[in-house]
Write a protein that binds this ligand. Structure first.
Ligand SMILES: NC(=O)c1ccc[n+]([C@@H]2O[C@H](COP(=O)([O-])OP(=O)(O)OC[C@H]3O[C@@H](n4cnc5c(N)ncnc54)[C@H](OP(=O)(O)O)[C@@H]3O)[C@@H](O)[C@H]2O)c1
Length: 250
């Protein structure tokens, strides 16, 4: 199936902006969501220059009523073939803190888990009725490790990973595909804010090209770059007690 009508959340920056540019072309209808209007319009202009029809919306995705209203309204007017729930909020714990402050905790859990879960459930119902569609959830390799420097980030992405797998199984019988994307380090503002090293770093454009190719094949899981797929495979052979002992040092 050719995906003509595509929604990308978090399209004003990084991976989302790169995905928008990859999908932009004649006959494509792109719906780009973000918060920063100026950056989102710059991305939209680049996509229009490639021939795509583009609409943008700026709102905070943790305003869940707005999210439901926007998604319902958009899909009623333009039935979506492909939806990327990509918006995400990174952040390690400051050295001098044992836990995130409640406001940051609420926001991070909301952006990384609750918003995509609400949105994907809503799209699951709509796409299942049409018997077609694809939902892409952007998680992280951090979902596979209990990271003491970022418990909420790794925890929220772990929840998303399990949700993606379960939803994929549920939607198979309805002809709807679910893809979980698990990036390692991608060179975007999110990873640029890290103080730690970023091994196997790739650009957002490179990441988006790989994601689009695998999404077209309805891949269930996309781990990028490939070195992290190897690391995840090897880590499954490491006893949990060893992994915990290593991570406890951080
Ligand atoms: N970069 C990496 O190394 C890496 C690694 C693993 C996973 N990921 C995942 O990849 C996805 C994209 O991240 P990125 O690296 O491209 O990060 P980014 O450059 O920081 O972009 C994040 C995007 O999410 C949007 N967003 C954040 N909070 C939002 C909110 N409350 N409401 C609406 N939109 C919101 C931002 O919108 P505004 O900028 O307009 O506010 C922006 O468009 C995320 O889910 C992230 O967790 C990235």
């Amino acid at each position: 199936m050719v995906s003509n009508s595509i929604l990308i959340t978090g399209a004003s920056s990084g991976i989302g902006a790169a995905l928008a540019r990859v999908y932009a072309g004649q006959g494509r209808r792109l719906f780009l969501w973000g918060r920063d209007n100026a950056r989102l319009e710059t991305v939209a202009a680049a996509c229009r220059a490639r021939g795509a029809y583009v609409e943008t919306r700026c709102f905070d995705i943790v305003d869940f009523s707005a999210l439901i209203q926007e998604l319902d309204g958009l899909d009623s007017k333009n039935p979506l073939d492909l939806v990327f729930f990509n918006a995400g909020l990174g952040g390690s714990l400051p050295q001098d803190r044992a836990g995130q402050d409640p406001h940051t905790a609420e926001k991070m859990a909301g952006v990384n888990f609750t918003a995509p879960a609400i949105g994907a459930n809503l799209m699951a119902e709509r796409m299942a009725k049409r018997g077609a569609g694809q939902i892409v959830l952007v998680g992280s390799v951090a979902a596979s490790f209990p990271l003491p420097m970022a418990p909420l980030y790794s925890g929220s992405k772990a929840g998303l990973a399990m949700f993606a797998e379960a939803l994929g199984l549920r939607l198979k019988r309805h002809g709807v595909f679910v893809t979980l994307v698990s990036p390692g380090f991608i060179d975007t503002p999110m990873s640029q804010s890290l103080t730690e090293p970023r091994p196997f770093l790739i650009t957002a454009d490179h990441a988006a090209a790989i994601i689009a190719r695998k999404v077209a094949r309805h891949a269930r899981r996309v781990v990028i770059p490939w070195q992290f797929a190897m690391i995840l495979a090897v880590s499954k052979c490491v006893p949990r007690v060893v992994m915990r002992a290593v991570l406890a040092a951080f």
